[in-house]
Design a binder for this molecule. Structure first.
Ligand SMILES: [Fe+2]
Length: 262
């Protein structure tokens, strides 16, 4: 199975809506090329958590869903309020009602033998209502549930891969942009001695910098025993050649193919 990984679309800001429509068109028109039926968006779908932004995003997601794609979206800091650091329970509710339909995290979807687990890296952050920037906070409750889900999935022979997706960056961060309980998360998802990986693929966004964490000097995939760890860049950002990058993750061989959209 292949996953189209989009992130940080920030619909509502500049011409991002138009770019997202272009991306959706490309996905719908190039099925033979990308060979995927699953789109994962790792947060910051919209720019300010406003209803009108979610409604615009919804139209694009509906187009993909009507075209036969499954679209799963993790919430980001910008989805939960203005400027990405003024969390609002109205935005949280709109994200659930208009976009994800998910009321409880971690959310588990099993699609053709692949387990997709979506985390809400704003769950505890929004409960705190402490304005310290664009940080994320999963919270003990969500991490305990994740631990249990991973235990259960490890016993499930019908599951080939476990794909964990969240918005916040668990490794690098700018000042006040990190995941507060990153160390606890690592404790839950790290591979245990003499056991198969607890998580096969870890996907996130937030930093707007694309990177696979398998650098020979600092190989996080090896360190945590995860086959593929990948941060998508901001999909709507045009690179110096004017093109947007669309990464497609191949779960069979844990490779990433990058396609370019004009
Ligand atoms: Fe973000």
């Amino acid at each position: 199975m292949k996953i189209i990984h989009l992130s940080d679309l920030h619909i509502g800001q500049s011409d991002n809506l138009e770019k997202c429509n272009q991306i959706a068109d490309w996905i719908l028109e190039n099925r033979d090329i990308h060979q995927s039926e699953l789109v994962i968006i790792s947060g910051d779908l919209v720019d300010d958590g406003q209803s009108w932004q979610f409604e615009q995003a919804r139209e694009i997601i509906d187009r993909l869903r009507q075209g036969g794609f499954t679209v799963l979206v993790a919430p980001g800091n910008h989805d939960y309020g203005p400027n990405g650091f003024r969390e609002s329970s109205t935005s949280q509710r709109d994200f659930c009602e208009l976009i994800s339909g998910v009321k409880e995290y971690p959310a588990l979807f099993i699609i053709e033998g692949q387990a997709i687990v979506i985390l809400d890296s704003m769950a505890e952050e929004i409960r705190n209502m402490e304005i310290w920037g664009a940080q994320g906070y999963l919270g003990k409750e969500q991490l305990q549930k994740l631990d249990q889900i991973l235990d259960d999935l490890a016993e499930n022979r019908a599951v080939e891969n476990i794909v964990l997706t969240m918005h916040h960056h668990p490794f690098d961060y700018l000042f006040y942009h990190g995941l507060r309980d990153r160390d606890d998360l690592k404790g839950v998802i790290s591979r245990r001695k003499d056991a198969p990986p607890r998580v096969n693929v870890l996907l996130f966004g937030h930093k707007h910098i694309e990177n696979r964490f398998n650098d020979s000097e600092d190989n996080k995939e090896e360190l945590f025993g995860i086959d593929l760890i990948y941060a998508s860049g901001q999909t709507v950002e045009r690179k110096s050649d004017g093109k947007m990058v669309l990464p497609v993750i191949d779960l069979d061989d844990k490779t990433i193919k990058r396609y370019f959209i004009d």
